[in-house]
Write a protein that binds this ligand. Sequence first.
Ligand SMILES: [Zn+2]
Length: 409
Amino acid sequence: MEIRFLGGASLVGSLSMALTDGPRKMLFDYGMTPTDPPEYPLPPPPHLDMAFFTHAHLDHIGMAPIIGRNGTKVVTTSMTGQLAELMLEDAMKVARLEGYPSRYSQRDLRQLLDNIRMVEPQGVTRVNGAEIALTPAGHVPGATMFLYRGSKDVLFTGDVQTHPSHLVGEAKTLPCDVLVMESTYADREHPNRGATEDSFCQAVENVVDRGGQVIVPAFAMGRSQEVMMILADKGFEIWMDGMARAVNDIYLKNPSALRDSRAFRRALSKVRIVEDPRDRFEAQRYADVIVTPSGMLDGGPALHYLGNIARDPQSAVFLTGYQVDGSNGHELVEKGTLTVGGVTIRPTCQVKSFDFSAHAGHAELLELARASHPKKIVLMHGDKRELLKADLEKDFEVILPGNGDTISI
Ligand SMILES: [Zn+2]
């Protein structure tokens, strides 16, 4: 049995792994990194039997239409299949706006969508006689891990979170021979979630009390809805911008993928959605809190809103996610500056970060690994894998593949 990473082995971004077991060839995720310029994985192997997509973030599905072009059957959950269409349509739009040639066509995308076999998040499916089991990955609604039962049992985690959030339940691992595990938060632990939520709500209240407005940059899929659920009962006027309406509708259509669909529906009834430019004007004027993409301030309506409050010391921008080195969000946190359209400004509003990560921390990854009882562990999708390896290799054989390497497992 062999694996080969086509991308994302030693970095968080453009993830893809090819798995060969005798005559069977499979692909797990095929992402792109939506940086400026974007990054892409190596080309997929020819004659794939089947591809599997863990969830609809672009670093896992961003290049999926290339797989569709070849007519390969794709397996994912219903939620991820529906979100993938939305995310990929939007990615094509962004590529057009930013002047990057799209690597695939509308026709490729349509073909991909026609070839998707949507399965239950805890179901079992068959590939050329081999069994594939799905098990929840936490992370975002619809996210799944895949257990391939072939000459060895291989569990591919995708992105994983081992604690429940408001939006989605926790990951549930399965026993396997080879565990292929993400390591985004290797060497880092998250602060207590409840305490972070309390201090976030308090900080929002302080801003609102002094007459300011809070901008919360967040991914349109997952993080925006989580922030909405944290704040919904606190009596603030909350607006959501970006693709929120479309994502919310897909969440509502797949209630079993949510931890508490009634709580989600309740929260949704208390927020207002920006649907046209007039709403944007109203949000700007009346909102206490605006939750809006992009999460790293590299584009989207967040920059528009931020331009408005940047010089108001009563207002604030509260970042809620990981800010990649080189992003505007990273620049704002590290240097207090923001570059928009080639112009660098120094905002005087309050800037603060809160850790609402949807990834397992270092200790949680160790726990997940031990609970899976593997013989071998392959670490991927992280830039500090060595530190996780050091803690795991007392008990397991640990492999750190590079992109393009073919490794026997
Ligand atoms: Zn993800």
